[in-house]
Design a binder for this molecule. Structure first.
Ligand SMILES: Cc1cc2nc3c(=O)[nH]c(=O)nc-3n(C[C@H](O)[C@H](O)[C@H](O)COP(=O)(O)OP(=O)(O)OC[C@H]3O[C@@H](n4cnc5c(N)ncnc54)[C@H](O)[C@@H]3O)c2cc1C
Length: 382
């Protein structure tokens, strides 16, 4: 059966998230961006409303919801402010490999920390010399008695400056290639962990992005994710099937916000004796923007539905993430165009949205990487 109707519970969740975004996120978006301020107060409110940690099972204090529930909430978050959405979703991405690959003790302790109080966790995979090509990371974890000694540097880590703990990918056996990677839970206040300064990014400045340095950090063997060496690559990649639908939802929320601003402006601004949207060239732009937003959401909901129904969604998540991210860049650029000179000014929100959209094509696997995944999937069974 094909059914695009949200359940009654999902509609209520969507309304709650929209109300929250309208009251607690939108009014602060410009301030956070201008001051590079982390939106901790709004995250606290989201936590109290039950809008954080949606995917964490109830037994660890989470909301026990599915990916479809999550994407509905995440679209509203990004509609409110993309930087807020990225900052708040850091927990979703970081919890994912623990949910799918962690031991019972790790789940109870570290997922529990995120659900018992408004805390942040960060996913630390990228390094100064390795982004798309994850297998060329240099961080190592060497067994030393009951501990591992962790050494290396991570780069561009969302939420790093606010995190309580990190998910860290490292080599335990370099000679085994990607099968020699292992993942660890590292607490932020352990000796040998140092943070870089907050990066000054093009957009989404509410979110905190930093480098992390690990120097002889003693990591107990109990913090080896899943308790088995060699599973790091699989843990890190499995997270993306859960997270990319949400990143696609963020991109859809950005596009929708920009479209709404442009539509409103096209009804207020007159040129050559007509409202902007009465010019067919502008109406066609608005039509194309809307089509692409509808397609972004349809791809997002499809991959979320597959995720919830136990269907392997690696390819559909890549379609959704790639298309929705590229759409966000196109739609926000068109929104700036519809605003004309005013669109180029920070006085209006569309410039901020256009800056925010760019990273959607870069992080969580760039648009090129999504095409590589799709390409690999479509030739897999030839
Ligand atoms: C704001 C922000 C937040 C981030 N948050 C996190 C986080 O929380 N955790 C984390 O681990 N990482 C995070 N990242 C890192 C992000 O995932 C990487 O930046 C991304 O994977 C790209 O890696 P790179 O920057 O090293 O670019 P590179 O891998 O060097 O790629 C450079 C360019 O070349 C393209 N390219 C690379 N290889 C190929 C190829 N084979 N074919 C075609 N094109 C190719 C890429 O698409 C890109 O356009 C974040 C990045 C940013 C900017």
């Amino acid at each position: 059966m094909v059914d695009f109707t949200l359940s009654e519970e999902q509609q209520m969740l969507q309304e709650l998230a929209h109300e929250f975004a309208t009251e607690n996120v939108r009014p602060m978006a410009e301030h956070w961006d201008e001051n590079s301020e982390f939106p901790m107060e709004a995250i606290q409110v989201a936590h109290e409303l039950g809008l954080m940690n949606l995917h964490i099972p109830e037994e660890y204090g989470g909301m026990g919801m599915g990916t479809m529930d999550e994407v509905v909430v995440q679209e509203e978050f990004a509609w409110g402010d993309p930087g807020f959405a990225t900052a708040a979703y850091s927990n979703g991405l970081t919890a994912a490999p623990i949910i799918t690959g962690g031991t019972e003790e790790q789940k109870a302790k570290y997922l529990g920390r995120l659900t018992e109080a408004p805390r942040i966790a960060a996913y630390a995979v990228t390094e100064p010399g390795a982004g798309s090509d994850v297998a060329s990371i240099q961080t190592t974890a060497v067994k030393d008695g009951d501990d591992y000694s962790l050494n290396g540097s991570k780069m561009w880590i969302t939420g790093a400056g606010k995190a309580d703990w990190f998910f860290v990918l490292a080599y335990t056996d370099k000679s085994a290639g990607y099968k020699g990677m292992s993942s660890f839970i590292v607490e932020a206040d352990w000796g040998g962990v140092t943070l870089g300064k907050k990066e000054t990014n093009m957009g989404q400045r509410a979110s905190d992005t930093r480098s992390i340095n690990f120097e002889d950090v003693r990591v107990p063997a109990a913090n080896l994710v899943g308790g088995v060496e060699g599973k790091g690559w699989f843990n890190a990649m499995a997270a993306f099937d859960l997270s990319r639908p949400n990143i696609a939802a963020h991109a859809t929320g950005i596009s929708r916000a920009a479209f709404e601003h442009a539509l409103q402006y096209s009804d207020e601004r007159e040129t050559f004796g007509k409202k902007l949207h009465q010019h067919q060239a502008i109406q066609f732009m608005l039509a194309d923007m809307k089509t692409k937003i509808e397609a972004s959401r349809a791809l997002t909901w499809k991959t979320a539905w597959e995720s919830d129904n136990g269907i392997r969604n690696t390819e559909s998540a890549a379609h959704a993430k790639r298309f929705a991210a590229d759409t966000a860049m196109e739609v926000t650029t068109d929104a700036v165009q519809i605003f004309g000179g005013y669109g180029y000014s920070e006085e209006y929100p569309v410039a901020r949205l256009m800056r925010a959209a760019k990273v959607m094509q870069i992080y969580e696997g760039s648009s090129q990487v999504q095409r590589m995944i799709i390409g690999r999937e479509i030739v897999r069974n030839l």
